[in-house]
Design a protein around this ligand. Sequence first.
Ligand code: MRU
Length: 377
Amino acid sequence: MSDGEPKVNVDGVPYRTIWCDEQGTVHAIDQRLLPFRFKVMRIDSLVAMAEAISTMAVRGAGLIGAATGYGMHLAAREAADRPSGQGTDLVAAAALLKATRPTAVNLAWAVRRQLQVLADIEDPQLRAAAARAEADAIADEDADSCRRIGEHGLGLLRQLHETTGRTVNVLTHCNAGWLAFVDHGTATAPIYAAHDAGIPVHVWVDETRPRNQGARLTAWELAQHGVPHTVVADNAGGHLMQRGQVDVVLVGSDRTTADGDVANKIGTYLKALAAQDTGVPFYAALPSSTIDWTMTDGVRSTPIEERDGREVTHMEGVGPDGSLIEVRLTPVSSPAANPGFDVTPGRLVTGLITEAGICAASAAGLAAQHPDLAGGS
Ligand code: MRU
């Protein structure tokens, strides 16, 4: 875990979720097809990257940030390829990317980083080269942050194992795994680190309706890494906690406010309520790039993405012949609502695990751990 090498294997082959080749074409794992098919997409235009993010071919906080960084690289490359050196306006490119997933703060963060780096570079070729280098840096930093989150979280899981003397049961929601980042994941990073260190760990995987990121993605990547796990319906978590079958809840975050409120996949808040009622520790793991230092009171302030109701009314899977099929679940005449995220107030969060360590989910806790970032944008 600490060697910095790509952590994740797919059928034994090491992968990152996104990378860029020497020609500047971006490659990313298409998450819409998992776990049924493993396919790598080529993304070679700004518009294609925006579509990949909005259709959730690439998804998850850190990966969205990395994809956005590469989206800006593609935009700068398109401009440099035009005879006049003009063309795609980087501010327009930034706006296009930022509109794709409103809750994910890594998106705006990556755009801001690129615009800052590119602001004073006039020459289109130099600008394209700088955008590529910055995109690579964003991706590498995401992987490194996740690796360090794993190291900090490992201590927690080790302590739980030493206290109970038995397998550590973790419950997780959605996919905050390596698929949602560039490598390692956030909620999964301590799990992989513990598993690799020989600590017995078992994961309860919330299916995470409506898109089933838990059942489809988290289960797949845990299986690839050989981590014992069990998929449960979203509604099972409270019961498992009441029966003492969960030692810790570990989730990710798509935006954490400066005072420690955690926006994450819809349904996370209910798990935090159950955890508090049953005395189960509840941690959110996130790189500091996911902290929105300009926002407080996340319950009121966080923009919540409203997704297509079809994700609720329909479900996708494979039929008996292995082909991908979609079935309707609800009456044709029943409308559906589909808020993509909810916000767990910091008072329900035992701690935040970032690349810098573990801190209280509060303004004071975050500011003490990230004195260089707190108060900034
Ligand atoms: O699948 P998404 O992009 O809609 O969901 C975002 C997430 O991945 C989860 O909320 C996750 O737990 C946050 S950390 C990647």
